[in-house]
Each structure stands twice: as C-alpha cells, then as structure tokens.
Design a protein around this ligand. Sequence first.
Ligand SMILES: C[S@@+](CC[C@H](N)C(=O)[O-])C[C@H]1O[C@@H](n2cnc3c(N)ncnc32)[C@H](O)[C@@H]1O
Length: 344
Amino acid sequence: MTAELFAERLLGALTGAAELHTIELGRRLGLYPALRGQWLTAAQLAKTAGVDERYAREWLEQQAAAAILTHEDGSFTLPAHVAEVLLDETGPNYLGAAAEFGLGLGLLTPAVIEAFRTGAGISYADYGVHFRHGIAGFNRPMFEHSLAAEWLPALPGVALDRPGAKVLDLGCGVGHSSIALARAYPSLTVRGVDLDEASIAEARRNAAAAGVADRVTFVQGDAASLVAGPYDLVTIFEALHDMAEPVAVLAAARSVLAPGGSVFVGDERVADTFEAPAGEIERLQYAFSVLHCLPATRAEGGESAHGTILRAPTLLAWAREAGFTAPAVLDIPNDFWRFYHLKG
Ligand SMILES: C[S@@+](CC[C@H](N)C(=O)[O-])C[C@H]1O[C@@H](n2cnc3c(N)ncnc32)[C@H](O)[C@@H]1O
C-alpha cells in the first residue's frame, strides 16, 4: 500500500462517516418518512417535516449527490430500496440503526481517549441511548426473522413448543430477542436479564407494546448471580464477550438448566486466531471493541475484560471450564455471529 492509496482510503472513510451523520439527520428529523412514496421540493419538505427551508435544500442536494435520494427538476424522493434499509425497522434489510450507532461511537470517543490514559472503564449506561438503540436496531431484524425460523431449528433436542417451556435470555438488552421468542412460541415464558437499568426499563415497555408482557419479564442484574430456574434454554446473544465474568456466567447458566436443557450463544463471527489484516467484519468488530466493548466490560470490574473479539476456541474453552462437556459450534449461516450449543 502506498501513502496515496492509504490517504484515499482515509478520505473514503471520512466521506462515509460524514454521510452517516447526514443520514442520522434525516432519521431524527423525519425527513426520510416524508420523502417515502412522494416527490417533494425543499419548500414542501420544510413544510411537511417542520424544518428550515434553506437547510432542507442543502440536505436534499447532499443526499442526492450521495446517491441516497433520487432527484428530478428540483424535486426529490426516497427510492423504495433505500427506504427499506433506512426505515423498515423490522425488515430483513434494515440497517438504519447504523447511523445512530455511529453517533453513539462519536459522542463517546473523548471519554475513550481519557479511559486510555487512566485505564478506567466506561459503563454501558454511560454509553447512553444512541448506543443502546444502535445495538438494538442492528440486531432486531435478526431476532425477528431468523431466531425462531432458522436458528432454533438448528439446535438438537430443544423443543420450546411444549406447554410450560421456559427460556432465560441473558444480556437481553432492550428485549427484542426475548419478545421474538415469546411471539414464536405462544405458551413459552421468557425471563430477560441485563445489567443495564435503562435497557431493562425499555425492554419492559417493548414487551408491553408487543402484547407479551404476561409471558416475558425482565430483571436488572448481573448474569453471573442468577438464582431461579429451571430453564429449558438459556440464550446469550452478543453479550458474553461483554461480561466481566464469562465463565461464572456460563456456570450459573448451566446450574439453572432443566434436565436435558442447554445454552445457546450467539457471539461475534471472527477468525479462530489473530489475523492482520483482517476481513471487513472483523475490522468492524475490532473497532467496536476499542471504542466500546473493552471499556464497558472494564467498567464492570474484575481482572480481565475480554473485548468484542471472542474467538471460537476461547468460547469453547470457557464453556468447558464452566462444566459443559459437549460445547459445539453450530452450522448456522450469519455474517456477524457464530453460534454455539452448550450441553452436558
Ligand atoms: C451488545 S449488547 C447486546 C444486547 C442484546 N442481547 C442484543 O443482542 O441486542 C450487550 C448487553 O450485555 C449486557 N451486559 C453486559 N454485562 C452484563 C452482565 N454482567 N450481566 C448481564 N448483562 C450484561 C449489557 O448491558 C448489554 O445490554
């Protein structure tokens, strides 16, 4: 790689970062919904969305220049394929939350700089609402479309359709996985656990809005100090690498399993060993690790904080240390996550 090529790469990244923030403007201000299915001038958009006309014109032109909006004779519209990605929160191609994720990362970067100097952690709560919603929005489509339809059928011996079946969802965040499970199995009860108070409050609201609050309950606490059980299945989605005591969490999960029960983990799909340069998804995960997962886990205390890059051999070793005799990697295709079935 030459200096020119690297400079070009950096410029591309800056363009991408700046455009991501302009996308967040469109989301926050309701500009995209206003432009869905209709052509608007700057004056019409300003009126419809309640924003300043001059700003609206600059944003419209910038969005068209960035090939996000379509433009014709001073009018602009949101193409259907872009609308699907930016606005359809439960659709399989939704990625609008990436813009909020970017905002959350940027806002916390000064705190991360300070953390590098002091070695202190930054609590998940301090990462705030944009980060929480960024993660939740990113993962929700997978829970809605794949969890019950593709992932669970790949788990040998797990039958959640029997009356009285129970699931424990550790590190449940704002509850989309717990809710998706309850929706898929009408007699299932789910208990979600998360350390973050704001996530739990939001999870309760989400369950009520989804009409499953009678079967889906949430409790704030550390996944390592569980007491109640038994559960047919314990799930941990993109959260094990964030926990300060992952082996203790897996041992606690094992201790609350009903006879024949098992643990289902989804965590990052990264290479088995450190490779540099890495693939694009591992690069993204590493950046998240530096900016978020490592500082957030350090804030939980404990000796070792792992970070986002949880490789399969490490996870399987943790599972064995926690007492599982038959931890296995599952053959479930997914760009971001690898799946594990812990039994025995
Ligand atoms: C990346 S988020 C994933 C949230 C959710 N599972 C999802 O997929 O959208 C990680 C979650 O783990 C939670 N967490 C971290 N450490 C925890 C612990 N020790 N006990 C319980 N939850 C924890 C965080 O509060 C956060 O909600």
